[in-house]
Design a protein around this ligand. Structure first.
Ligand code: PMP
Length: 420
């Protein structure tokens, strides 16, 4: 274990260091689902409720002004974190799912016409698929999918062919939440823009990886959730290029986004407030800011380098265990690795590992299409973060070896071998 890691586990993530479940030490390896909040995030949220809690953009009294300033500070932090040209391009949401639904609804209302085309990919989380399906069915547009290769990469040749049909938008993840595939976003964005398509990036799994800034990446929209970067749940953002946000009508309306009204004529606030109807999740936004500061202080390069080394180690170690089949073999993996242990059910494997203290996800991880494409009905997913260690991966590998040996002894033909 690195010195910095021993320190942060003890000081900032007591849950990682000390959690026990049914008498076993918990090894938390489900970070693609959610990461543990760091202590500074928890303190910041507590401090918000203890000292600052008041509604924003409305009151002229001190607490409201402070709450407004704190929220706008976080907006500035997010803008710097993602490399946006201005904080006005950052809209607070409840998370990636809401951001994408918001965008898809706005596209359906303001951009898409019958006969238009939208592209998504077979690799997408349902949160980056179903909102587009619904937007297309509402507007009469068509949704087509960029295929995934057997290795678990996007088929860029096929993307090129689909782009010839001049889609209005390409929705694509930066990193797959199942395979960990890191998509070549710059190349993809260049291809899409050359064909006149806007690019909307689902960056839910990519923000610890140190994605290039949105300006240099050239994407038009980007969404992510605070809880994937050691922040709170219920807080996230939608980034949109200024020209786009100014053009799109707000899909949600209500208080806080009206600048003037001469009934029934309504003028909205400028961006980003025109997209933030209602009272925002202020404590969540405060915690979001603390999460960004925490990640920045640790350094995204260091985090990314270390997490890549962990996933590489896991891939090497698990692929050496006869009976384990790892899904895909993308050139670059980050954050997640999924596998099956046929003929055992993924659910049963995760349950048996859970009895030994391992917190892993089983199922389709909200990526039904991708599982179908990879020819499996479900998988077990291991998703480490920077507070995990090689030793924890080693403990998991040893537990899997024990599980396989027990299954063989019981006559289950794991690894194609009976009574091995
Ligand atoms: N997209 C991807 C790639 C994800 O991994 C997730 C979370 N599992 C989401 C979208 C949805 O994020 P949230 O649940 O925070 O809205």
């Amino acid at each position: 274990m690195h010195d910095w890691q021993a320190l942060i586990r003890k000081r900032d993530f007591p849950m990682i260091e000390n959690a026990q479940c049914r008498g076993k030490t918990v090894v938390y390896l489900d970070n693609a689902a959610t990461t543990q909040a760091s202590r500074p995030v928890i303190w910041t949220m507590e401090n918000y409720y203890m000292r600052q809690h008041a509604n924003v953009h409305r009151g002229v009294y001190c607490m409201s002004e402070e709450a407004t300033a704190a929220m706008e500070e976080t907006r500035q932090l997010v803008a710097e974190f993602i490399g946006a040209a201005s904080p006005d391009e950052v809209v607070f949401t409840s998370g990636t799912t809401q951001s994408i639904n918001f965008l898809a609804e706005a596209f359906a209302a303001s951009v898409l016409k019958p006969g238009d085309l939208v592209l998504a990919t077979e690799m997408e989380h349902n949160s980056n698929l179903l909102p587009w399906l619904s937007a297309c069915s509402r507007s009469g547009a068509e949704l087509a999918l960029v295929p995934v290769t057997a290795d678990g990469e996007l088929d860029l040749e096929e993307l090129g062919r689909l782009l010839e049909k001049k889609p209005k938008l390409l929705a694509v993840c930066a990193v797959s939440n199942v395979l960990g595939t890191v998509n070549p976003l710059r190349e993809i964005a260049e291809m899409a823009h050359a064909a006149g398509a806007a690019v909307a990036v689902d960056a839910a799994q990519a923000m610890r990886h140190g994605l290039p800034g949105v300006c240099s990446l050239g994407c038009d929209f980007l969404s992510f959730s605070a809880h994937k970067i050691m922040g709170p749940t219920g807080s996230g953002i939608l980034y949109g290029k200024r020209e786009w946000l100014e053009r799109l009508a707000p899909p949600h309306t209500g208080g806080g986004m009206v600048s003037s009204m001469q009934w029934p004529e309504i003028n909205y606030e400028d961006i980003p407030l025109k997209f933030e109807a209602g009272t925002p999740n202020l404590a969540g936004i405060a915690g979001f800011g603390a999460a960004i500061e925490y990640i920045q202080a640790l350094g995204r390069e260091r985090i990314s380098e270390y997490e890549v080394s962990l996933i590489k180690y896991a891939e090497k170690r698990l692929s050496g265990i006869p009976g384990i089949q790892i899904l895909g073999s993308p050139a670059q993996r980050f954050g997640a690795l999924s596998f099956t242990v046929p003929p055992l059910q993924a659910y049963d494997v995760a349950l048996m590992l859970s009895a030994e203290g391992f917190a892993l996800r089983s199922g389709r991880h909200c990526a039904n299409l991708l599982h179908e494409k990879m020819g499996v009905s479900a998988s077990v997913r291991l998703s480490p973060a920077f507070y995990n260690t090689k030793n924890e991966i080693e403990l998991l590998a040893a537990a899997l070896e024990r599980l396989l040996a027990a299954a063989k002894k019981a006559g289950v033909p794991v690894g194609g071998v009976k009574n091995g």
